[in-house]
Design a protein around this ligand. Sequence first.
Ligand code: KG4
Ligand code: ZN
Length: 353
Amino acid sequence: MTLDSPIAGPVLGIESSCDESAAAVLDPAGNVLAERLISQSREHAPYGGIVPEIAARAHLAYLPDLVREAMTEAGVGYHDLAAIAATAGPGLIGGLIVGSQVAKGIALAAGCRYLAINHLEAHALTPRLPGLGGAAFPYLLLLVSGGHSQWVAVEGVGRYRLLGQTIDDAAGEAFDKVGKLLGLTWPGGPALERLAAGGDPLRFHFPRPLAGRPGCDLSFSGLKTAVAQAAARFPEGALPRADAADIAASFQRAVVEVLADRARHAIGLFARQHAEGRLLVVSGGVAANRAVRSALAEAASDFGFSLLAPPARLCTDNAVMVGWAGIERLRLGMVNGLDAPARPRWPLEELSR
Ligand code: KG4
Ligand code: ZN
């Protein structure tokens, strides 16, 4: 296969790295023909977090039907597929093995290509989907999810430069932990955003970790501790809703201000290396937060950048982004053998070597 060679048929994408089981079928241009997704939050909510073994078993139970339904809706036969792209890492090893084995099994039976996709690369390439306008390289990506918080200069397929990242918790993890402290349902982010809407963001003075420091690293664990201390001042199990709303609003304000400060630093770093880049993309579950989006949009526009925030269904984990990353790789002839392993740890920068 040569550079930018045409793709012979549709691509099936499979996602199973965390707690979303998903399958999607895309045509060779990247148009979505069908997508199916089951969030496992109901399975994990009683435990207040993801239980890896439950996640792996749920992927095994859900994925075969999701794949079948997506293929039927797309009107695509297995032998029509050009390739099957599955998330091979980073993530929870059980789920990664389930998803990539399903993909390899179908690829073997259908005689098509297998693509081992890096989940972070799939998030990074999402803004290039034709349905989102097909962003041109280079652009600056802020990936803020339950597992990751990082700034990446996206220079090409397989070409990523890490500009900064969290030195402790991920942003979504901080939302989830604070949500738990406030007695909200898991995952905490969406419920916390709703609660914060009715609270006073100026009542509690929480720290803005790393704000103003050089570089664009992030930190959230000190903020989380400060919130825990504020909540501990109320008798156990008796935090009035109005006070909880003030804590939520003050916490969210701190996160938003930190992200806006770090965005200014990250854009400065990015712009020095990429004079032609004018786009900031935010992805990952925390990108669904409206206060986060509007603060980032403001920071971006101060530098003449625009902000692209994909719709929530493409910001959170999904199989469309996996299929699309597969198409980007397939176009460049970057395919994998069936012996490609699942990799629980797989930093984005390793793809650039
Ligand atoms: O990208 P994602 O679906 O899964 C991974 O972690 O890979 O992100 C989930 C994270 C959770 O931590 C969740 O609490 C957070 O995104 N989240 C939000 C919001 N919606 C989801 N955080 C803040 N505000 C939201 N509206
Ligand atoms: Zn993700």
